[in-house]
Design a protein. Structure first.
Length: 428
């Protein structure tokens, strides 16, 4: 308390004297609750604002959380100690108000920890407009190599733009996750300590312990959990769609499918999984790896169904695609770090269900597309096939999914159908 001043008279407080001199406390009398409210809530907000100005430094300590979290917890503990040291008979009555105020201020810190970090939609690229594939010629290999070369130098404007904010790195995001995990754990400890302090208070009675109302943090625990979930998703989609965009969005299956396979992406992804496993708290590790797996499967699907006109596939490429996806799954089997065995099959089912479309012959795809479109739109689709909207939920029984397989099918039959039905261009 060195350097602190009495809120009532302004005198400097001696070390260990509490927040108010006894002479002032007894002068408050019936007005104490007003002074209490002004001091504990007003001053705590000021202290909390000071605490939340933090640097998310992953090297700050061995546990990888922000030191400001410990400072916030210290202020909570000292505030509670000071409250129970006050020589008043109103501890049980005022405690719920105190905890509610501390809870709101701590929630502000939690909000600060998760703000500005993005989400799935921040990092997933915008889908390009539909085109039909340019059919193979003896010159196409030269053209595709040129497209691939341009992509390696600069993001191809035909593909998509990444709208994410790269000012927050993955290590800093992991520090935020660890910080919220630490707060979540310490809040349980703090709630138990509040009960102990109340039991030791002379003003407490048996009925004050009949329920937990007013003795628990109502907002902060759920805010921590929500923040951890949001940050884990942000880390996952930032890694896949931003940090690894060079080898996924700008690399996988650009040009010749057989010469631009998934191995470079797998190497970079494995390196990132190792970093995550060594950085994130063990209680959160499974969640974030599952989110990375989901993001990688989403990225794989986006390449297949919305990868832009610099990609095209033949029926023969279907085996390459299936083998590459199996390699991606194997990476998570090997580096899942505690993932439940049912998680990988569950998350991979969306990809597994649509892969057979890539080995289905073009005429069968067109017939299936016509039938599903008629079933969806009825008789109005007989004269002219409507263009089905994009849901982003790829499914072998959804017309838009089938249409996109045809858009990337490298043969004359698919190109003629798309030209006749929708007059789709060959390039953007």
């Amino acid at each position: 308390m060195s350097g602190a001043y009495c809120v009532c008279c302004g005198r400097m407080l001696a070390a260990g004297a509490g927040y108010f001199p006894d002479s002032c406390l007894y002068q408050f009398g019936e007005h104490f609750e007003i002074v209490y409210t002004e001091y504990f809530f007003g001053s705590w907000v000021e202290m909390a604002v000071m605490v939340i100005v933090v640097i998310w430094n992953p090297q700050a300590n061995e546990e990888g959380y922000a030191p400001s979290a410990i400072e916030a917890l210290r202020i909570l503990n000292e505030t509670l100690d000071a409250f129970f040291q006050l020589p008043i008979p109103m501890h049980p009555a005022l405690l719920p108000e105190l905890i509610a105020g501390l809870d709101r201020c701590l929630q502000y810190y939690i909000t600060k920890a998760k703000s500005g970090c993005g989400s799935r939609n921040t990092y997933v690229p915008t889908m390009p407009a539909l085109t039909r594939c340019t059919t193979s010629t003896k010159f196409q290999g030269v053209w595709k190599k040129k497209v691939k070369s341009l992509n390696s130098q600069k993001r191809n404007s035909q593909v998509a733009t990444m709208n994410g904010d790269n000012s927050v790195g993955v290590p800093q995001l992991c520090t935020r996750i660890n910080t919220l995990q630490r707060l979540q754990t310490e809040l349980d400890v703090l709630e138990k300590r509040i009960i102990t302090l109340l039991r030791n208070s002379e003003s407490a009675h048996a009925e004050d312990f009949s329920n937990g109302l007013g003795k628990k943090f109502e907002l902060s625990p759920s805010a921590c959990l929500e923040g951890i979930q949001q940050l884990c998703e942000a880390v996952a989609y930032k890694i896949i769609f931003h940090d690894l965009s060079r080898v996924l969005w700008d690399g996988l299956y650009i040009g010749e499918t057989s010469s631009s396979r998934i191995e470079p992406f797998l190497q970079e992804l494995e390196r990132n999984l190792t970093i995550i496993s060594n950085t994130v708290h063990e209680r959160v590790r499974t969640r974030i790896i599952a989110d990375i797996m989901k993001a990688s499967f989403d990225g794989f699907l986006l390449v297949l169904f919305a990868g832009g006109p610099s990609r095209s596939f033949t029926r023969q490429d279907s085996q390459i695609i299936e083998d590459d996806f199996n390699s991606l799954k194997d990476l998570f089997w090997a580096n899942g770090d505690g993932l439940p065995p049912e998680v990988i099959p569950k998350f991979s089912s969306a990809v597994r269900d649509v892969l057979p479309l890539f080995r289905t012959d073009t005429d069968s795809l067109i017939d299936r597309f016509r039938r599903l479109t008629l079933e969806t739109y009825g008789s109005s689709a007989k004269s002219r096939l409507p263009l089905p909207p994009t849901s982003g939920q790829w499914n072998p029984t959804e017309p838009n999914t089938l249409l996109r397989v045809l858009c990337y099918r490298n043969d004359d039959a698919a190109s003629r159908f798309l030209k006749k039905a929708y007059n789709l261009p060959k390039k953007l």
